[in-house]
Design a protein around this ligand. Structure first.
Ligand code: ATP
Ligand code: MG
Length: 566
């Protein structure tokens, strides 16, 4: 490709509102342009990278015998009403009406469509296991689209769906997909951790995320040193090492605690450690009033709470609800005589405590010396806390390490969630009707491009594209366009190397400085500069991570390229 004909509108400076390095680089390099919030045009450079990532996915899916297909973007509301997700999916769904007033939506994901079109057509166990995938634009009206391609409102996703007659088949499909995903990320140059994850509104319980460590990441993962435990912080478990010494139960006493609306203030005021306080927080879980208890030094994990309560939505009661229901303002709520609660659940840290401080359900009052069972009851104990960095992991008891990361992929064992509600049955080998067992698998392909850039920035914020996704593998730069020897050599290279590699040839009448700056933005694995010594058969080669270019004779070039690019 001749660079004089290539559309690559570079910028000196990224716009001030771009904060992520990947976003800045893709704007500066002319990879993408924003059309409206969270919606991007993929210009030739960006589109080349996207197509290469897609090609890797296509090959790896072919390898595990998963065929590609394509579903529509425009979907009828009825399909989503059938699964019950039309309401549940919430404000992220782009909804629209056609001229006849029929409600439609732009697909944010396609479990329903695949259940309808594929699962309902699998009538016999003999047709399974089966899996399909598509690479397609998805639409989500994200509350905060940001960081360029990391969180868009329109983005490209690989989504795959598996259909099985038995749980064993699903397990095998899940493992095949997981392994294919690992190969995809490896080839695309993304370092990932597969971690235990929450399945959100997808249904089903068993899910793994692929998390790419990066400073800009919106997620936090908790891992141990030996790699035997890795979980999204939303789901991470830890071992609580605190132990209170046994004490005799003392008399319950009510005390005035003015202006103590935080655990810190309360601990200071009463001169007790936070571990002697049991925090009580009122949650509204769907329609239930649930009082949640946790030891004062720990925080509640709302994702875990949602799972334990099996609720679609859990939220803390607001100030007026709190007052109305409990009679107390923040800080004064507690489990003693809390008849207004539909349920009291507690984190495991509330067990084995003696003579603790709890709210008295009266603003600015607490009880001291409260004891579980004697003074208050708990309906259910569970792990409801946010794990802390440094706590022992639940597998090998090594200290947990936290890392910010980007969720680039997510795979779920859906089970029969969709096929049951939407009525997709097959006949098993005994002729008995059963719901098809599904899995769902996704990679944010455009998000992955940002993750690649984040993980492959060079010291001077240029990009070193991994070989397989680089927009061009070889970048030929001719220093002086009016030098015949240079032109001859450049054109010869262009012709010969194009047979093996994607080649970009900078044939523009620009100053060398301009050419080198742009080359940093292209980030080709090999840059060949043809300059003064062209007549002597000497050129320069440079990889993006090299500090300096190296002179090389034209005869050695082939060997160098084979070594670098294969
Ligand atoms: P997130 O927690 O980041 O919102 P999600 O759980 O909603 O992600 P999934 O529904 O599992 O995402 O979608 C599959 C994949 O699609 C994700 O792993 C992610 O890589 C990608 N993805 C999701 N939302 C976006 C978005 N708004 N922009 C770009 N990629 C996205
Ligand atoms: Mg989301």
């Amino acid at each position: 490709m001749r660079q004089s004909k290539f559309f690559m509108p570079t910028l000196k400076e990224a716009p001030a509102d771009a904060v992520a390095e990947s976003h800045k680089l893709m704007l500066r390099g002319g990879y993408i342009r924003q059309v409206t919030a969270g919606v991007y045009a993929y210009l030739p450079l960006g589109y080349r990278v996207l197509r290469k990532a897609e090609a890797i996915i296509e090959e790896e899916m072919e390898n595990i015998n998963v065929p590609e297909m394509i579903m529509p973007h425009l979907l009828p509301a009825t399909l989503w009403q059938e699964s019950g997700r039309y309401k549940k999916y919430g404000a992220e769904m782009f909804k629209l009406k056609d001229r006849h007033g029929r409600e439609s939506l732009l697909g944010p994901t396609h479990e329903e469509t695949f259940t309808e079109i594929i699962a309902k057509n699998l009538k016999s166990y003999k047709q399974m296991p089966m899996a399909l995938y598509q690479i397609q634009t998805k639409f989500r009206d994200e509350n905060r689209p940001r960081f360029g391609l990391l969180r868009g409102r329109e983005f490209v996703m690989l989504d795959g769906y598996s259909f099985a007659a038995t749980r064993d088949q699903l397990d095998q499909q899940f493992d095949d997909q997981k392994n294919a995903y690992k190969r995809i990320f490896k080839r695309a140059g993304v370092t990932v951790h597969p971690v235990i994850a929450d399945s959100g509104t997808m249904g089903g319980k068993n899910s793994t995320e692929f998390q790419a460590p990066a400073a800009i990441g919106e997620d936090t993962i908790a891992t141990n040193e030996s790699g035997t435990y890795a979980a999204n912080l939303e789901m991470a478990k830890s071992i609580d090492t605190f132990k209170q010494e046994a004490e005799d139960a003392k008399e319950l006493t009510k005390v005035s605690t003015p202006d103590c609306d935080t655990i810190d203030k309360l601990a200071k005021f009463l001169n007790v450690p936070a571990t002697r306080i049991v925090k009580s927080i009122l949650y509204i879980a769907d329609d239930q009033k649930v009082l949640v208890l946790i030891r004062g030094d720990k925080q509640i994990n709302e994702v875990k709470l949602g799972h334990v309560l099996d609720a679609d939505e859990v939220r803390e009661a607001n100030t007026s609800e709190l007052k109305e229901i409990t009679g107390s303002e923040k800080g004064g709520v507690g489990p003693i005589n809390a008849d207004w609660a539909d349920k009291i659940v507690a984190d495991e840290t509330v067990k084995g405590l003696y003579n603790v401080v709890v709210g008295a359900n009266e603003t600015d009052y607490q009880f001291e010396n409260a004891n579980l069972d004697r003074d208050f009851k708990v309906d259910e104990f569970a792990d409801l806390r946010i794990a802390n960095e440094g706590e022992p992991d639940p597998v090998d008891h090594e200290p947990l390490k936290f890392t910010t990361s980007i969720e680039v992929g997510h795979i779920f064992k859906l089970g029969t969630y969709y096929t049951k509600t939407m009525g997709a049955d097959f006949l098993d080998n005994n002729g008995k009707a059963k719901p098809v067992i599904m899995g769902s698998y996704g990679i944010g392909v455009t998000r992955m491009l940002s993750a690649i850039v984040e993980q492959h920035l060079t010291k001077n914020n240029a990009i070193a594209w991994p070989k397989e996704v680089a927009p061009f593998k070889v970048h030929i730069i001719q220093m002086k366009m009016n030098n015949d020897e240079q032109t001859e050599l450049a054109e010869k290279f262009e012709k010969e190397l194009s047979a093996k590699y994607d080649v970009l040839y900078d044939d523009r009448k620009e100053r060398p400085g301009v050419k080198f700056n742009d080359a940093d933005l292209v980030g080709a694995p090999v840059r060949i500069t043809i300059g003064r010594k062209a007549a002597d058969g000497i050129v320069e080669v440079k990889r993006p991570t090299d500090e300096k270019a190296t002179e090389i004779s034209v005869d050695e070039l082939d060997g160098f390229l084979t070594k670098e690019l294969g």
